[in-house]
Design a protein around this ligand. Structure first.
Ligand code: ADP
Ligand code: ADP
Ligand code: ZN
Length: 212
């Protein structure tokens, strides 16, 4: 299965992608996580991307398209993958078409803006494996430590109130138009997000037609 998960920042894309990845045995590819790694490793991409991320803006299309096409050519993507956070603009979606990447579904996680601020304010991420946590909604067993790998949990630099509102505005302007784009192609699968991760997973599996 080749899938992209769309939705607002903090909508639960990464969380659901991680669960689906384990269930379906295909890789979870998060452009945000790749970019944050590049920033930590101070690569050329990282140096350029850092300012955009800090301002809550999107990283330029060319850079992201190049990064994703390289990642998708790796061997583990042969049997499918879950894209999380890509495409995020119409030019990115058109570039995918041009390269010949055909998706089976564009899963659209529907979550209202009012919910997002709380979600992102309490989000924590494993510094080592990027697993997502939430201080209230999905706490680790031991405070500040990743259940999966023992890595330290950090708060992302862009999960601060000002940047959160900026990212929401960018989402509505630049990413939301993709809903119409995928609807027209007959690939859109709408999933209304729920108040718990487990309930949301049930909705997601149902709209994708995957057995729970
Ligand atoms: P995204 O990848 O869309 O930015 P995440 O998957 O990182 O979103 O989720 C944002 C935050 O909200 C995380 O802290 C996560 O643990 C939490 N979360 C995700 N889904 C839900 C849900 N359905 N109910 C409550 N909290 C959630
Ligand atoms: P979230 O969905 O919570 O905003 P992501 O980890 O998906 O988090 O993205 C974090 C940041 O990385 C974005 O605000 C943006 O700056 C950059 N980014 C991620 N994916 C893309 C993309 N496809 N195109 C441009 N910028 C991206
Ligand atoms: Zn971890």
């Amino acid at each position: 299965m080749k899938l992209t998960i769309m939705g607002p920042p903090g909508g639960g894309k990464g969380t659901q992608a991680e669960i689906l990845s384990e269930k379906l045995g295909i890789p979870h590819i998060s452009t945000g996580a790749i970019i944050r790694n590049a920033i930590r490793e101070k690569t050329e991409l990282g140096k350029v991307a850092e300012g955009y991320i800090a301002d809550g803006q999107l990283v330029p299309d060319e850079l992201v398209i190049d990064m994703v096409s390289k990642r998708l050519s790796e061997a583990d993507c042969e049997n499918g993958y879950i894209l999380d956070g890509f495409p995020r603009t119409l030019p990115q979606a058109q570039a995918m078409d041009k390269i010949g990447i055909k998706l089976d579904f564009a899963l659209n996680l529907i979550v209202p803006d009012e919910v997002i601020v709380d979600r992102l304010g309490g989000r924590r991420e494993c510094k080592v494996c990027a697993a997502p946590y939430h201080v209230k909604f999905n706490p680790p067993e031991k405070d500040g430590v990743c259940d999966k790998c023992g890595g330290v949990l950090i708060t992302r630099a862009d999960d601060v109130p000002e940047t959160i509102l900026q990212r929401l505005s960018v989402y509505h302007k630049q990413t939301e138009p993709l809903i119409g784009f995928y609807k027209e192609k007959g690939l859109l699968a709408d999933a209304v997000g729920r108040d718990s991760i487990e309930d949301t997973t049930k909705v997601v599996l149902e709209v994708l037609g995957v057995k729970g």
